[in-house]
Structures are given as structure tokens and as C-alpha cells.
Design a protein around this ligand. Structure first.
Ligand SMILES: Nc1nc2c(ncn2[C@@H]2O[C@H](COP(=O)(O)OP(=O)(O)O)[C@@H](O)[C@H]2O)c(=O)[nH]1
Ligand SMILES: [Mg+2]
Length: 439
């Protein structure tokens, strides 16, 4: 008997390399394994209390979003030796059909059925949310202030400072400034590991040719050039708004904001402060008043008004041992001002686990460390990157550098992938995201 199947859409967002592809692949593999009766997601199994669950990959729908290449990504992880899924940049979607049986007297009723759509949503675009409430002069001042004192920004800042107060609305000036600014954002990301880089679509452009109004850059003052750039900035915001309302990206019910917090600790105080600011900007834009986004935002972006749950998660927590993961989770909660209960939650997880916890005798003292295989190596290596702070670190923390985060190889998948992907706390994340749908 056919029955209406509601669609639940989970957006997984995070900056490039945060671990989005790994998370989507692992969520799908583990849900499919759970559906096959395998113990891939213990917390979810426990929550189901013995009710049966069936999971299958849904056929491609009429949706305009490109499909997430699940088979290729799983094949990479299931290879011998395991490989990381290839780098992806665009938005993509993976749909699963889920049916959960009923228990007791209701057992004869049809199962609870829903379609679960997982969307890989570039975090760079999330960083554009704060722009929606900022005019060009405010944004320009903030963007330029963040660049002060950065040596790498000298060419662009020189160009801006050399601009006459009466600069004409000249296309060559606009194009030159834009090219310098965009090149600077790219270098700040690639060479300095910075994250709070706006506008996000300069680094992660939407598909298709770049429209001419993309050519702007931050510029103070009231020149004709500044007002041309302000017009372009407004066009950019309109387009970002339209995209959020479009059927493709709208309708996100639940959101996971992934951040490589350990990577930021490793990159040093400047990069950490910047990553914290980026997380804070995303968290502010998504902040709740009674399960609703702020009124101003819901008005501008009706699609966001429908987000019921947001999880802020530190990725790759398999780089540290269990005790440190508790600190990592507190750190994420502090950075995003997430309360212990409510429609937001903080996590420290690993989508694709690469290590096991060990006790390491270091200079006669036992320390909690991890052990895994480095990519291409034939023996296991031990790793102890350092103490993870449970609060935003103070100056003292940076005097003991957070040591290396080695490139580990994923653990072998049980049953060649049919048994799911070893992970840390992905099951708890799924219980949080799907709580209201579970019996
Ligand atoms: N140790 C560890 N590394 C991870 C994990 N997830 C991702 N990574 C690393 O981060 C890289 C980027 O992950 P990816 O999912 O492609 O990031 P995306 O750009 O956000 O889609 C991977 O190639 C891995 O090196 C994890 O759970 N544990
Ligand atoms: Mg990706």
C-alpha cells in the first residue's frame, strides 16, 4: 500500500576539508548497515528498542541538486589500503528511504517511513549569512579591519589606500581591486589557514559563469567607485538570498556545522581566533529564540525559519584520546554558546575513525594517546598531539604548541563496507538529529 513519505533534509556544512564528504559517506554506510541488522550505530539501535529499521538508497528524484557519489566514496574507503574519498567542491545530495517498524499493539500498522536527504552544503556560503544584515560600509570596515597588520595583505591594502577619495566608477579599477582581493582571500585560506573569509562565494563560487556584479571588494569612503561596489554587494546579497530560498537549498530541516577545531588549534593562535570567529558568525546567524531563527533572518530567508535542530561538531576527534574528546566537546559548546539542552547541541566526533585509544608510557608517565597507520606506512604510529583545552585557550596555552596531526589512514571497513564505517559518536549525532522522528 503506498503511503505519503515525508522528506527530512539534513544539511552538512563546514569549510573546505572540514570532513563533509567523509561524514555523508559514513552516515549513509552506517545507516545502511544498521538496516541490514549490523551493529553499526549502537546509540540509534538502543533508541529503536528492538523495532526493525529498513534503509535503502533512494532513486534519483526530480531535484536539481547533483547527486552525492556515494558508491565512489564508499569504494575509496573500502579499498585495500583504504583511501580518503576524492575531494569534492560542489553542493550534492544523497537520499535514503527509511522505514521504522512499530512495536506492541501498533505492530500491525504501517511503519513510520521518511525520506532522509543529506545535503553537502559548502560552509563558505554559511559565512555569507552575516552579510545579509550588513550594509556595504559596515562590511567593508569589518573586512578591512581584519586585514590590518597582515603582511600578506599589503598589496591589496596598498591598492585600497592609494585610491583617491573621488575615485570614479571605473570598471578597470573595480576589476583590479576584485582580482587582488580574491587572490588575497585564496592565499589567506591556503597559506594562513584562515576561515572567516567573506564573501564566501568568492572562494566557493556557485556553478555557472560568474556574473559581472561579483566584481567588488571592500572599500571605505563615498566615492563613485564605492557606490558602484556597494550596488554590486547588494546584488550579491540578493542572489545569496534567492539561492537560500530556491528549492535546491531551501527546506533544510536540520543542520550539522562541522569544524576542524583540532586543525585550528594546531595552526596557532591567529588561525584559531579566526576559526572561532567563523564558528561564532555561523552560530549567531543560526541562533534560536524558541526553536526559531531570529526574526530578521527568518524574514529574509524563510527557508532557514524551518531549521529545527543544529549540531555544532568538531570533526576528526580520533586524533585525540577519549578524555581529550570531552574537552573538545566543551570547547565547541563554548565557542558556539551552545547550551546543554535544546535545539542545538555540541559534539566531538569522527566520521571515519583512523585510530584506537592507547595508554602510552612517555618518560615514565602514562598518557592517553592514540595509535593508527600513517598513509603509506606499514607499521602503526602512536600520536599525542597535546592537551585539548575545554575553554577557548589563553596566552599560556600557546606556549606549548599543539603538536602534529598525522595523516592517518582510515581503519579497515568491516565486511568490506557492508558493515558500515568505524566512527566516533556519529550514532549520537543521528539520534539528536532524528530524535522527534524516532518512536
Ligand atoms: N582522522 C580523521 N580524518 C578525517 C576525518 N574526516 C575527514 N578527515 C580528513 O579530512 C580530509 C577532508 O575530508 P573531506 O570529507 O573530503 O572534507 P570536505 O572538504 O569537508 O568534504 C580527509 O581527506 C581526511 O584526511 C575523520 O573522521 N578522522
Ligand atoms: Mg567534500
Amino acid at each position: 500500500m503506498p503511503f505519503a513519505r515525508p522528506t527530512i533534509r539534513i544539511g552538512v556544512t563546514g569549510l573546505a576539508r572540514a570532513g563533509k564528504t567523509a561524514m555523508l559517506t559514513s552516515m549513509a554506510a552506517n545507516l545502511l548497515a544498521l538496516g541490514a541488522g549490523l551493529p553499526a550505530l549502537p546509540a540509534l539501535s538502543q533508541r529503536l528498542q528492538g523495532r526493525g529499521i529498513r534503509v535503502s538508497v533512494a532513486p534519483a528524484g526530480a531535484d536539481p541538486i547533483p547527486r552525492f557519489d556515494y558508491p565512489a566514496h564508499l569504494a575509496a574507503l573500502a579499498a585495500d589500503p583504504p583511501r580518503w574519498p576524492a575531494r569534492t567542491d560542489a553542493v550534492s545530495l544523497l537520499a535514503l528511504d527509511v522505514e521504522i517498524g512499530r512495536a506492541g499493539l501498533a505492530a500491525a500498522l504501517p511503519p513510520t517511513a521518511f525520506r532522509l536527504e543529506l545535503v553537502d552544503y559548502p560552509g563558505e556560503w554559511l559565512l555569507d549569512l552575516p552579510l545579509l544584515e550588513q550594509g556595504f560600509p559596515t562590511w567593508s570596515a569589518a573586512a578591512l579591519a581584519r586585514l590590518q597588520g597582515l603582511e600578506i595583505a599589503a598589496p591589496f591594502l596598498g591598492f585600497v589606500q592609494g585610491m583617491p577619495a573621488q575615485a570614479a566608477a571605473d570598471e578597470t579599477l573595480a576589476a583590479t581591486g576584485h582580482a587582488l582581493y580574491r587572490a588575497l582571500l585564496t592565499r589567506l585560506r591556503d597559506e594562513c589557514g584562515l576561515a572567516l573569509l567573506q564573501p564566501g562565494r568568492f572562494l566557493m563560487p556557485p556553478p555557472g559563469p560568474a556574473p559581472p556584479w561579483m566584481a567588488f571588494f571592500p572599500l571605505p569612503g563615498r566615492s563613485r567607485l564605492a557606490s558602484l561596489l556597494a550596488d554590486r554587494y547588494d546584488r550579491y546579497r540578493d542572489s545569496a538570498r534567492r539561492e537560500l530560498r530556491a528549492p535546491g537549498f531551501g527546506r533544510i530541516d536540520r543542520l550539522v556545522v562541522l569544524a576542524d577545531v583540532l586543525g585550528a588549534l594546531h595552526a596557532g593562535p591567529a588561525a584559531f581566533a579566526d576559526a572561532a570567529a567563523a564558528l561564532d558568525a555561523a552560530a549567531r546567524a543560526l541562533r534560536w529564540s524558541n526553536v526559531a531563527v531570529p526574526a530578521w533572518l527568518a524574514q529574509l530567508v524563510p527557508a532557514l525559519g524551518g531549521i529545527r535542530r543544529v549540531a555544532f561538531a568538531a570533526a576528526k576527534s580520533d586524533h585525540v584520546a577519549e578524555r581529550q574528546r570531552a574537552n573538545l566537546k566543551s570547547l565547541v559548546a563554548r565557542l558556539t554558546q551552545t547550551q546543554a539542552r535544546g535545539p542545538t547541541a555540541a559534539f566531538a566526533l569522527a566520521s571515519v575513525r583512523c585510530t584506537e585509544d592507547i595508554v602510552w608510557q612517555l618518560e615514565g608517565h602514562p598518557i592517553s594517546a592514540v595509535r593508527g597507520r600513517l598513509i603509506g606506512a606499514d607499521r602503526l604510529a602512536r600520536s599525542y598531539p597535546g592537551e585539548v583545552p575545554s575553554d577557548p585557550p589563553d596566552a599560556g596555552f600557546w606556549t606549548h604548541p599543539f603538536l602534529s596531526l598525522p595523516d592517518f589512514e582510515p581503519l579497515r571497513l568491516p565486511l568490506g563496507g557492508r558493515g558500515g564505517v568505524p566512527h566516533i559518536r556519529l550514532d549520537e549525532l543521528l539520534v539528536f538529529l532524528l530524535e522527534d522522528l524516532l518512536p
